[in-house]
Design a protein around this ligand. Structure first.
Ligand SMILES: [Fe+2]
Length: 218
């Protein structure tokens, strides 16, 4: 059973009680004695650790992919919150109730929601909501933009089906009504571009000042 089906547009208001209950348990697992407590140290450790794993089905690692997305955002002159969203958009892949093996067999890990919920401990909605919407934005663009589907990577096409497939017209209208709809699409476009195995981009440390200024935890 794929939990992202049944018309979920990614907006928090449409999440079911069952989803909330499931996700509420995700952040309660013991973190272990060696996990950093500073949020930026913790994120840096994720980039250096789990992020160094191969990005599922792509030619770059998770960390390279997210660093490339952030570099594209910076090059586009995006505001800091959107650079941060691009940098952190896939942190939900790093851990969760669905294993990598299950994901590859076709179980959606709802990584956009898991990542946004995790980041909400440290950042405001201008960072977390584009992260939450970047999967819904793929489904949205597949419906509204001719030619978009044809530009998806093979792996992105594969995951599209378990994420719910292209949006219906009603889902498109619901998506567009959300305050972060445009930002979700913007992050999605960098996401699609950020899979170049030869790209050389700044590392995580480059973004620490930008992230520090966005922290809500003071
Ligand atoms: Fe991504």
């Amino acid at each position: 059973m794929f939990r992202d089906m049944n018309g979920d547009t990614g907006h928090p208001a449409e999440r079911t009680e069952a989803t909330e209950a499931t996700e509420a348990t995700e952040g309660t697992e013991p973190t272990g004695p060696t996990e950093p407590t500073d949020p930026l140290d913790l994120l840096a450790a994720l980039f250096a650790g789990a992020g160094a794993d191969q990005y599922l089905g792509e030619d770059v690692t998770q960390a390279q992919h997210m660093l490339q997305a952030a570099a594209l955002a910076e090059a586009a002159g995006a505001p800091p919150a959107l650079v941060a969203a691009a940098l952190l958009h896939d942190v939900g892949h790093f851990q969760g109730p669905v294993s990598t093996e299950e994901f590859l067999r076709g179980t959606d890990n709802r990584h956009s929601h898991a990542g946004a919920d995790r980041l909400a401990a440290w950042f405001g909605p201008e960072v977390t909501e584009p992260v939450r919407l970047h999967v819904a934005a793929k489904r949205y663009l597949c419906t509204v933009e001719p030619g978009y589907f044809g530009r998806l990577s093979a792996e992105s096409v594969r995951t599209l089906e378990m994420q719910g497939g292209p949006m219906t017209q009603a889902q498109v209208r619901a998506y567009e009504a959300g305050p972060y709809a445009r930002d979700g699409v913007t992050v999605r476009r960098w996401d699609e571009e950020a899979k170049d195995p030869g790209a050389e981009v700044p590392d995580f440390a480059h973004y620490r000042p930008l992230l520090t200024a966005l922290l809500t935890t003071g």
